[in-house]
Design a protein. Structure first.
Length: 402
């Protein structure tokens, strides 16, 4: 099968869930014998040169990078207010990338074109004009839902109005594009139902994020027991909101009750304001770390207090595979078939988080039991090889009906 995978950023290095979300499918396609072409916008934020890529990444696909400066610019954002277009989407439109895709379609035959996220949907027209390939939209998140939630929890009047405007324009665009594709790949059943409710008439199937079990090597020889940690991309607004809330509403009280317990915050692009908490009340703000797996192996309890966002949290699946005991909101664990009290602990308020943390500290054997159950579930249901096989079958069925 010949597949063109289009991404709004290049998925390397693997320093955040977004990169992993793309890369694991790129790698999965390659391992399944797909003849893969990867066309990627090379953004200012995630910029990389072809020469920087390791050989094993270059071998996965015929890679094409197109530079775009899609940083948020105050003047462009202001001008956008007087249009009806989504500023989120407009930032990813690039004539050079469109030309690149046109050239690829004229020189290669593709059976399937996979659009990784709604932000590359503007390039559907150029693909349709130059290829008869099946076009599939892979929805990593329902993007407008994230911004709707952020608008709801925002307290500032002007900022609340602006976030609401952004979310409504993004929603209009996102839902209007669904029926332009031949099929939709959703990350969770919840996301699938939202898309159906939004008017999608095209075939939708759920393919959760897959993990490479063989690369997630467990090592429990040096676990700090007990300890709490959060690992995630801290330039993602839902993670920022989650950590502010957890520190202010949960951690300070936990620290009083358990003065020897430590909380570790790690991730790329942590805002400067978070470093004000460093070395206070047993909080350790570590910033970006080189060895995420090693870091998780050394800590006991993962905290995921998300109250906005959609899709599947990659770090939860990785933590499960490494045998971590995880405390998450319902939203944070959305799309993962984990049973509360068996594979994960769920908490949706400050008091619930405090109670679950205290329970684990007073019952350390539960940290081990829940972590072991989580590891078994991750291996059974989220192995990338099995998910890729199902996905390729979906593409074949779409090709037969289009």
């Amino acid at each position: 099968m010949n597949i063109l995978q289009i991404t709004n950023r290049f998925p390397w290095p693997l320093k955040d869930g977004g990169a992993l979300g793309y890369f694991n499918f790129t790698k999965g396609y390659h391992q399944a014998g797909v003849n893969l072409t990867l066309a990627s916008l090379n953004t200012e934020k995630h910029y990389i040169t072809y020469d920087e890529l390791p050989d094993h990444v270059k071998e996965m696909a015929d890679i094409h990078l197109t530079y775009i400066d899609n940083t948020v610019k105050p003047w462009d954002a202001f001008v956008n207010l007087f249009s009806s277009k989504s500023y989120h989407v407009e930032r990813f439109i690039c004539k050079e990338f469109e030309d690149q895709l046109e050239q690829l379609c004229k020189t290669k035959h593709f059976d399937v074109v996979v659009f990784e996220s709604i932000f590359v949907a503007p390039y559907l027209d150029i693909i349709r004009k130059n290829s008869k390939a099946v076009c599939v939209l892979r929805q990593h998140n329902i993007e407008y839902v994230i911004w709707e939630t952020l608008a709801q929890i925002e307290t500032g009047t002007l900022r609340k109005w602006y976030l609401h405007l952004l979310s409504q324009r993004l929603k209009k665009y996102e839902l209007s594009m669904l029926n332009q594709f031949d099929g939709i790949s959703a990350i969770t059943e919840v996301d699938k139902q939202l898309l159906l409710a939004g008017g999608c008439k095209k075939p939708i199937e759920v393919f959760p994020f897959g993990i490479h079990i063989d690369k997630l090597i467990r090592n429990s020889s040096n676990v700090e027991m007990p300890s709490l940690f959060h690992l995630g991309s801290m330039d993602w607004m839902p993670n920022q909101e989650a950590m502010k809330w957890f520190i202010q509403q949960v951690w300070f009280d936990i620290n009083e009750s358990f003065p020897d317990l430590h909380f570790y915050l790690a991730g790329r692009n942590i805002p400067v304001s978070f470093f004000d908490f460093n070395n206070q009340n047993n909080i350790r703000v570590l910033g970006e770390i080189d060895d995420a797996i090693g870091f998780m192996n050394e800590k006991a309890i993962m905290i995921v207090p998300l109250f906005s966002g959609s899709g599947i949290r990659v770090k939860i699946l990785e933590g499960m595979a490494l045998g971590k005991c995880i405390i998450s909101t319902d939203l944070g664990a959305q799309g993962i078939d984990a049973i509360d009290g068996e594979h994960i602990l769920k908490a949706n308020s400050a008091e619930e988080f405090k109670a679950k943390i205290a329970f684990l500290i007073n019952n350390p054997q539960e940290i081990i039991r829940i972590g072991e159950n989580a590891a078994k579930l991750a291996c059974e249901k989220y192995d990338n090889h099995k998910i890729i096989a199902r996905k390729l079958n979906f593409y074949e069925r779409l090709a037969q009906t289009n």
